[in-house]
Design a binder for this molecule. Structure first.
Ligand code: BGC
Length: 755
């Protein structure tokens, strides 16, 4: 028990039931209630996740009302693409400082939901289609913010992978994908970074609201993962307040006006709710409020310049160079550059909804490009985002400019109205006017670069024809400067994709099961999310998970893998910068188990690291694959199991660019399932106690079939042939020797504690 928990428990012990219940719902849209009589203060929680959204008035959770200016860092779609844990930690710390200056106790983020479908309207707020990438980056952000004494809220727990019908729909998921994909990112954050709070999602999981699911909020989160903070509801996610408290959902937000506090009091009084559960929730909330009050004050004003500079560094490291034929990039200051597209002057730098930040300032790419190229850099709008204006005239103007320039840079992307919290996209296409513009510009000038601004991936039908493509996501307030840094080569791009860019939406894993119907969305693709799917089905993609280029090149040596005493695997590989510029390479490690007894993806990301290299420099990179991350969820044992066998260890520049491969033998975990009458003979034969007993019982049968009959059956292995037979039904084969009593004895012997 921490000191603040012990102190909180003492205060809670002095409270009336009304006071305790009052702590478990908000005072206002963004604050909790104080219990002044015993000295528990109120605290403030606000959005998150990539900047502070502290509202001054007109409270809402949809990004409508005004908020105090704050640094808008790259949303997770960008920051995730940096794969840079240290950077995420520093951004987290900066978010913490901004929160502390504003007296905010908890910042609501990061979001570590898995990008199950490219259509999810909120993908811009999430890191990846992979749980390790999401979990590691999320943990780093949490660690950073909490290092300055500000709490975080990892969200949206759990399986909230779409916006459509998000407040009611049931995400129907089998146990393995639930554990191995959807919960794993949260598990990583909780176990590694112990966030102050976890925010439960709006949706149901397998029919049960996340806000009232004891399996999720108590068994998994607290008992298995050791979470010690409090669970807060997503804003308005509480359906049945008493059931929610019983499940471990501590704080209901926003305020219920005391209505649900009264329900809790009534339930305690009529005996339907155990008061100790209310005590536990009140204690967890009070503990955080006490901690927040005791945290060192951070005096303002905010160092706007320093945080803007960090936002620019983060944005630069978030940009992914998808393609760069003939080294069209970087631009040279001497070149005449046609900058085309509305996004160059009016950047799309964040997504809509509760994460909408009022930035402290805002760069635009065109001004930043002009700052380098001067009069050589000219602009044509090319298209409008709302479809207004004369499209043909705008296109003609852009084409003329491109024709008279050395290079054309088209800033294309998704209009803000197409992606937001609250709804999903219908398709992954760029607007037709932009696609037509790109084709026309390319015809006028083959040296065309496309720079993309988008929160969710888009189809790139021009990918084969356009020589250079820069995926610039939504990059936060300094994205314009960072984009210019990359285009002119002052920053060497190093981001890589944390989600696959498919050729067609129809190829994507959830295509036939998204967004569900009649209140249910079936996660029919199971474990095969993102690259796991495209690899298993051998589907071509536009750009694979993990892909990203640099202005330099890297070569990899032979990887080695060794087993540590703790069971973790250390992977080492030498990486060399073979080009002429300093650069950063994201090294990835994937594992697989060809001999697996259960279905497993070909390869799964288990570790990654960023290495910075001067031209010609070689460094050995060391990465750790945790033994726990090799486990799969055993549905019968109802726990994680590492299966023994030879694991492939692939060291890669992307999921489809494996540079070196080795294998390592891993000893498996023992799995001894209790035997029942349903157990198969194969399972019983394998049991250390029951196996030999069964051999004895079956000896006459096996002997009888082992003679002439075996020959008649082509030398069939009888033991193997019978292995699927349930032991409870072998009487007809083994006769009296395996009668019901004998079988009960055998099962009892198997069940008895072993010496
Ligand atoms: C969002 C959360 C957010 C909350 C408060 C909800 O609508 O789903 O992510 O933190 O509002 O604004």
């Amino acid at each position: 028990m921490t000191r603040s928990t012990a102190a909180a428990a003492k205060l809670v012990a002095k409270m009336t039931i009304q006071e305790k219940a009052s702590l478990t719902s908000g005072a206002t849209f963004w604050t909790t209630k104080a219990v002044e009589r015993v000295g528990v203060p109120s605290m403030m929680l606000t959005d998150g996740p990539h900047g502070l959204r502290k509202q001054r008035a007109n409270f809402d959770h949809l990004g409508i009302g005004d908020s105090v200016p704050a640094t808008c860092f790259p949303p997770a779609v960008g920051l995730g693409s940096s794969w840079d844990v240290d950077l995420a930690h520093r951004v987290g710390a900066a978010l913490g400082v901004e929160s502390a200056i504003e007296n905010v106790a908890v910042i609501l983020g990061p979001g570590v939901n898995i990008k199950r479908s490219p259509l999810c309207g909120r993908n811009f707020e999430y890191f990846s289609e992979d749980p390790i990438a999401s979990g590691v980056m999320g943990a780093a952000l949490v660690g950073g913010a909490q290092s300055v004494g500000v709490g975080t809220s990892v969200k949206h727990f759990a399986a909230n992978n779409q916006e459509h019908d998000r407040m009611r729909a049931s995400s129907d998921i089998d146990p393995r994908p639930l554990r191995e994909i959807y919960l794993r990112s949260f598990q990583r954050v909780v176990e590694d970074a112990q966030p102050a709070t976890v925010m439960c999602s709006y949706n149901r999981i397998n029919g049960v609201f996340a806000s009232e699911d004891p399996f999720l909020l108590t068994r998994v989160l607290r008992e298995e993962w050791g979470f010690t903070g409090f669970v807060v509801s997503d804003w308005g996610a509480v359906n049945d307040r008493v059931a929610a408290i019983a499940a471990g959902m501590d704080l209901e937000m926003p305020a219920s006006g005391g209505r649900t506090d009264a329900q809790i009091v009534a339930a305690v009084r009529d005996g339907s709710l155990d008061e100790s559960l209310v005590d536990a929730s009140a204690t967890r909330i009070a503990a955080r409020a006490l901690q927040a009050a005791a945290a060192p004050r951070v005096a303002g004003p905010l160092d706007v310049d320093a945080h803007h500079a960090l936002a620019r560094e983060a944005a630069g490291k978030s940009i992914v160079l998808l393609k760069n034929d003939d080294r069209v990039l970087p631009l040279q200051p001497s070149q005449r550059v046609a900058v085309i597209g509305a996004f160059a002057t009016a950047p799309r730098y964040q997504g809509a909804g509760s994460s909408l930040i009022s930035p402290t300032r805002l760069d635009n790419a065109f001004d930043e490009l002009v700052a380098r190229g001067g009069e050589q850099v000219r602009f044509a709008q090319g298209f409008t985002n709302d479809g207004s204006g004369d499209a043909a005239a705008l296109r003609a103007e852009a084409v003329a400019l491109a024709a008279g320039s050395d290079v054309a840079v088209v800033f294309a992307g998704l209009p803000a109205a197409l992606e937001s919290e609250g709804f999903d996209r219908d398709n992954i296409d760029l607007p037709v006017a932009q696609l037509e513009l790109i084709d026309a510009v390319l015809e006028a000038n083959p040296r065309t670069v496309v720079v993309l601004s988008n929160g969710g991936v888009v189809a790139l039908p021009f990918a084969q024809r356009v020589p250079a493509i820069v995926e610039a996501w939504l990059l936060g307030q300094a994205g314009g400067g960072a984009t210019a840094d990359v285009l002119y080569g002052e920053v060497n791009p190093s981001g890589k994709l944390t989600e696959t860019i498919p050729l067609r939406l129809e190829d994507s894993p959830a295509y036939l099961n998204f967004p569900g119907e009649q209140g249910h969305v079936r996660y029919g693709e199971g474990l095969f999310v993102g690259y796991r799917w495209y690899d298993a089905r051998r589907i071509d993609v536009a750009f694979p998970f993990g892909h990203g280029l640099s202005y330099t090149d890297f070569s990899y040596g032979d990887a080695s893998a060794s087993l540590g005493a703790d069971g973790d695997v250390t992977v080492r590989v030498a990486v060399t910068n073979t080009g002429e510029r300093a650069g950063r390479e994201v090294v990835q490690v994937y594992t697989g188990l060809v001999s697996a007894s259960v279905q497993r993806p070909d390869r799964e990301l288990k570790a990654f690291a960023v290495v910075e290299l001067a031209p010609g420099q070689t460094r050995e990179v060391e990465l750790t694959v945790r033994r726990a991350d090799l486990a799969y969820w055993h549905i019968n044992a109802d726990r994680w199991v590492v299966e023994g066998g030879d694991y492939t260890i692939e060291v890669a520049a992307s999921s489809r660019d494996i540079r070196s491969m080795t294998t390592i033998r891993i000893e498996g975990d023992a799995v001894l399932l209790p035997l029942t009458r349903e157990s198969s003979l194969g399972e019983v034969f394998a049991h250390p106690v029951a196996g030999p007993m069964l051999q004895g019982m079956m000896a006459p049968v096996l002997a009888a079939f082992g003679g002439a009959e075996a020959d008649a059956m082509g030398g069939m292995d009888m033991q193997k042939m019978l292995s699927a037979f349930p032991i409870g039904r072998i009487g007809m084969l083994a006769g009296a020797a395996a009668g019901p009593e004998a079988i009960e004895q055998l099962l009892a012997a198997a069940d008895a504690p072993q010496a």
